[in-house]
Design a protein around this ligand. Structure first.
Ligand SMILES: C=C(O[C@@H]1C=C(C(=O)O)C=C[C@H]1O)C(=O)O
Length: 251
């Protein structure tokens, strides 16, 4: 009997090209039980063992007893990511308070790293639990990720792109999320899963046709903002980011 793996994927538009081929592959679909939700939930399931693998925020790697990064795809960027930004009505030097996105794990940690080591600012952080975007006002800025960030671009006058800031700070690309498992999955499954992840990029026009989105040009988003290939340089960026997280925690 082949094992059925519990897999979690992110519900945002950035994951559609990866899911396109997975959802169309009967071979892959019969080997998995798929959950689709926002990143902090996908992360929680992997940490508690309620899932075996997820497209999880890389910031939770230190919380896993065991972790394996699977396949050749990730949610990353080589610079401007567009959908992970600090949004504000005032410029960086006047920001007093920052609302943190409850749906995120990686970007919250990335923002803290950049504020401390790159921008050298010490605002007060406030956690959120539900929609908080209407509270981005005056000297209170907000970190927003995913599709809601693409919407927020039309609202906030000051937009600090965290992918671009990481590139300016380190010269490296960045990985937000990767297919991470908390146990080794069988190689045959990972092979067909990884192949399925690649299909959407060869059929990008179909992915675009399936996801009409007047708010932001998804062709640009999928080809110039998000960078999906897990390259050696991205792994370098990931290793450095995990070192900074450790430093933040006084490790
Ligand atoms: C680029 C993005 O990457 C996401 C950011 C994540 C995080 O901050 O924890 C997790 C998963 C990714 O989907 C985005 O969603 O905008």
């Amino acid at each position: 009997m082949e094992k059925i793996w519990k897999v979690g994927a992110v519900s945002y538009l950035n994951t559609k090209p990866l899911l396109y081929g997975i959802l169309r592959s009967p071979q892959v679909m019969r080997r998995l039980e798929l959950t689709i939700d926002y990143p902090s939930i996908i992360a929680q399931d992997l940490v508690t063992g309620d899932s075996d693998m997820g497209l999880v925020p890389v910031a939770i790697i230190p919380r896993l007893k065991e972790h394996h990064i699977n396949g050749g795809y990730c949610i990353g960027t080589e610079g401007e990511v567009a959908s992970v930004c600090l949004f504000s009505e005032v410029p960086m030097e006047d920001i007093q308070t920052v609302l943190l996105d409850y749906q995120s794990r990686t970007s919250v940690a990335l923002l803290k790293v950049l504020l401390r080591f790159h921008w050298k600012r010490t605002p007060t952080f406030v956690n959120t639990h539900e929609d908080y975007r209407s509270r981005i006002k005056g000297t209170t800025a907000g970190l927003v990720i995913g599709d809601r960030a693409l919407e927020q671009r039309k609202i906030s006058p000051y937009i600090y792109d965290l992918g671009a800031a990481w590139k300016a700070f380190t010269g490296l690309p960045f990985v937000f999320a990767a297919w991470i498992s908390n146990r080794p999955l069988d190689e045959a499954f990972i092979r067909i899963f990884d192949e399925a992840c690649g299909v959407g990029f060869r059929e990008l026009n179909s992915v675009l046709a399936e996801n009409p989105y007047p708010v932001y040009d998804l062709q640009t988003y999928y080809t110039r903002n998000i960078s999906y290939e897990l390259t050696p340089k991205k792994r370098e960026g990931l290793t450095l980011f995990l070192q900074y997280i450790n430093e933040l925690q006084g490790g």
